[in-house]
Design a protein around this ligand. Structure first.
Ligand code: HSE
Length: 436
């Protein structure tokens, strides 16, 4: 049977990984796909490097348009990134009748609905396993493996850079800035790590997972995004003493009145498997009503782990290319006319538990006044920790873990606590999830 011809846009880390794995496992992949899959054309601004990486085995050009306009190309792999030129190229490739494989989470989280609609109209596929959690087949699991379930919630460590930083902060008792500098020196963090440390990358990924899990549009603009830049080492230590780890989680949860869609540092009981995912590894927990809790773990980035996901999409498309578009797995798991516009809840309306660190004067009645504010707001205390004051300094930290409450209730209670004359400075508040 005629081989499937693939055009690659951008041969950086993931592109060269894809080229190498496809070549190395050519026979095995052919046995699975039913026909050969070959990259016949690569577009990259650095043509010299692209020729070196592909050993002269395919045509190298410096203009991506030559790839997407080539009638011989069946599938275009977009590994340029961002939502500028990549968006134009993906839409043009679709208009030209090409299937598209992309690792571009930013593009899909912001423009996914338009891109999937264009693909649907043209009868082509846009596959994006590599966009979420690198080599972990979480898109496949959500879209197909768990299709019997009503998904209740999912929670993931979906950014390796921040998980590496948090692991180092915990292991070495260091503060965020120190570890970030070290991570940059070692090449674990980008020179401009903004998207990672501010939680934006994780929010792109959880936005895509939420769409597939709940059959809702892709709506990054409605996600709550809080990174790890303000997290202090002391809170990681106090959390540990209470039996918790702090992770940057992307959370999507189905509630009776809407969907919670949020990324923020989160306390998790240390006994949960996901709390023990360390370094740059990724993991996603998915709770389905039939299957119960499931956990997916693996490398969320890197040349060959991400190539593993890109090639899985190439094989899927190869198998389904001749199928009637109506009979393919829908891009967002649910049939396009069955996607519901369930509201994304504002943060005041989310329900979770909270870790509070309150710096107080060590005086009689301080604790009573704090707990009475919490009681007034109907907030129940789950655990508490108070350190002995340092000698000669009559101040101390009170750490409180609350039971679940609405975020607007805790915000109101914190405002009252901060107004107490015995409370020094701002209350530190970190959300907590049992993931039970
Ligand atoms: N920068 C991401 C991470 C990988 O640190 O996990 C690509 O999404």
């Amino acid at each position: 049977m005629k081989s499937i011809k693939v055009g690659l846009l951008g041969i950086g880390t993931v592109g060269s990984g894809t080229f190498n794995v496809l070549k190395r496992n050519r026979e095995e992949i052919m046995r699975r796909a039913g026909r050969a899959i070959e990259i016949t054309m690569v577009a990259d601004l650095n043509t010299e490097r692209a020729r070196e990486l592909t050993n002269g085995e395919c045509e190298v050009v410096n203009d991506a348009n030559l790839v997407i306009n080539n009638p011989d190309i069946d599938i275009v792999i977009e590994l340029i990134g961002g939502y500028g030129i990549a968006k134009d190229l993906v839409l043009k490739a679709i208009a030209n009748g090409k299937h598209v494989v992309t690792a571009n989470k930013a593009l899909l989280a912001l423009h996914g609905d338009a891109i999937f609609k264009a693909a649907q109209e043209k009868g082509v596929m846009v596959a994006f396993e590599a966009a979420v959690a690198g080599g972990i087949p979480i898109i496949k699991a959500l879209r197909e493996g768990l299709t019997a379930n009503r998904i209740e919630w999912l929670a993931g460590i979906i950014n390796g850079t921040t998980n590496f930083i948090l692991s180092e902060m915990r292991d070495k008792g260091l503060d965020f800035d120190v570890v970030l500098q070290e991570a940059q020196r070692l090449g674990y963090a980008e020179a401009d790590p903004t998207f990672d440390i501010e939680g934006i990358d994780a929010a792109h990924k959880v936005t895509l997972m939420a769409a597939i899990a709940f059959g809702i549009p892709v709506q990054f603009d409605k996600a709550y995004v809080e990174g790890i830049t303000k997290l202090q080492g002391i809170d990681i230590q106090y959390a540990e003493q209470l039996g918790y780890r702090i992770k940057l989680l992307g959370i999507a949860k189905r509630m009776p009145n809407g969907i919670e869609l949020r990324v923020h540092p989160t306390l998790i009981p240390a006994k949960r498997l996901i709390a023990n995912v360390e370094g740059a590894m990724n993991a996603v927990m998915v709770q389905g009503d039939a299957v119960g809790p499931t956990l997916y773990y693996g490398k969320g980035a890197g040349a060959e782990p991400t190539a593993s996901a890109v090639i899985a999409d190439l094989v899927d498309i190869t198998r389904l290319a001749t199928a009637d578009p109506e009979h393919r797995v829908p891009h967002l798991a649910f049939q396009p006319d069955a996607v519901h516009d369930t509201p994304i809840l504002p943060m005041g309306e989310i329900t979770t538990s909270y870790y509070l660190r309150i710096h107080v004067a060590d005086e009689a009645g301080v604790l009573a006044s704090i707990t009475s504010i919490l009681a007034d707001a109907g907030i129940s205390v789950g655990a508490m920790l108070q350190k002995e004051p340092v000698e000669g300094k009559p101040e101390t930290d009170i750490i409180i873990l609350t039971h679940q409450t609405l975020e607007k209730n805790i915000d109101a209670a914190i405002a009252r606590i901060e107004a107490l004359p015995t409370v020094r400075g701002k209350v530190v508040r970190i959300r907590s999830e049992e993931l039970a």
